[in-house]
Design a protein around this ligand. Structure first.
Ligand code: TXA
Ligand code: MG
Length: 347
């Protein structure tokens, strides 16, 4: 049974402009959210498909649009710490220290859920994932509708995440009414997800906040070993964030490509050391900056995936800082097409 609770703000009077679905108007996005629609919103990590946490019909729509399994829970986005007590209970002290340092920002924390929280959000678990996004339009949108917004990444389940309004439009042109355009995402890889157990911080998903940054606040932390049969966070599924084109990962893509005669190949490389005119190469950061490479990763994957190559070859990144999150996404993007195994790539 689907229960719907519209927020009192739903009587907003904005007149929707039907021309095109990409808009910069927070008011328009708020109008559609308040009438129970799902809208795409920008965050600093990737674009999300947002719905009011109090509207079960809209939450259900998120899963239908994404073709996402219901067991895979959603992240709730808040605009102020005051909202936390309405959605989570028993928040540990260390979480407040982390929030103080990293919110708004690309850190998602998992807490015990408040009893008012829908099972659509938690996938039936008794926990809830929460973050405060660091994007002015996302914060303004949450403030305008005055409810926290549940939002998974705005891509069909398993495919490459979107880092621009155009990427979202490519996927959901005929499904969505509104894509709130906040430009290209400044971080470019999803948030880092952590949880707490017996005063320990556990990492569930690598992401845009490096482990080193988190450790600077809480000391040494553990990365959870992921279990394919019972993934703790389904973003940890083997195959995820994947282009349609087969992709492989190696240390030296140009050398690998030169051995694959007759194949039409696109390359994703780290820095300008890999520049070469024999192939179409997307260099993610000419000067070798991991933050810049993370920001450009998904856009490069979208671009090459749309060009009809036989094969994409990506370069392995240095396994430090954001390089770990980039490697994590590349490994999952390649998974079906290579025998490469993660083998403690995280640590
Ligand atoms: O950067 C991000 O986190 C983006 C933007 C839009 O905020 N969102 C995002 O959402 O990446 P999504 O749905 O693509 O990934 C959320 C991940 C999933 O792997 C899900 O399983 C995990 O968070 N998750 C959500 N709630 C959880 C919970 N209670 N326990 C464990 N994992 C949870
Ligand atoms: Mg996702």
């Amino acid at each position: 049974m689907v229960k719907t609770m519209n927020h009192p703000n739903s009587a907003l009077t904005a007149i929707p402009n039907k021309k095109g679905i990409i808009t910069k108007s927070v008011k328009k996005a708020a109008f559609y959210l308040n009438k129970g629609d799902v809208v795409a919103m920008p965050t600093e990590t990737v674009y999300g498909l947002a719905a009011s946490i109090y509207n079960e019909n809209a939450l259900k729509k998120i899963f239908e649009i994404k073709e996402r399994p219901y067991f895979n829970p959603l992240i709730v986005h808040i605009d102020s710490l005051q909202s936390l007590s309405k959605i989570a209970v028993n928040v540990p002290e260390v979480a407040y220290r982390l929030a103080d340092k990293f919110w708004p920002g690309p850190l998602t924390m998992i807490f015990e859920k408040h009893k008012a929280i829908s099972n659509y959000i938690t996938g039936g678990k008794n926990t809830i994932a929460v973050r405060m996004p660091n994007h002015p339009l996302a914060l303004e949108l949450i403030k305008t509708v005055d409810v926290p917004l549940a939002a998974p990444s705005a891509n069909p389940f398993g495919s490459i995440s979107p880092t621009s309004a155009k990427h979202v439009e490519k996927y959901f042109k005929s499904t969505l009414e509104v894509i709130l355009d906040g430009g290209s995402c400044s971080k470019g890889i999803e948030s880092t997800i952590i949880g707490f157990k017996n005063n320990e911080v556990l990492v569930y998903r690598l992401g845009s906040l490096s482990l080193e940054m988190i450790e600077s606040v809480v000391g040494r932390i553990k990365v959870r070993k992921y279990n394919q049969k019972n993934p703790i966070a389904p973003g940890m599924l083997d195959k995820h964030y994947a282009p349609k084109t087969p992709m492989i990962l190696c240390d030296n893509p140009i050398k690998t490509a030169s051995n694959l005669i007759g194949k039409n190949i696109g390359i994703i490389a780290f820095d300008k050391k890999s520049l070469c005119t024999d192939y179409q190469i997307e260099v993610l950061s000419p000067n070798g900056d991991l933050g810049e490479a993370a920001k450009n990763l998904y856009a490069a994957m979208h671009k090459l995936d749309d060009k009809g190559f036989d094969l994409l070859i990506a370069q392995k990144f240095p396994n430090v800082g954001l390089g770990r999150a980039i490697n994590d996404r590349l490994i999952r993007a390649c998974k079906k097409d290579t025998n490469f195994t993660p083998n403690n790539i995280f640590i």
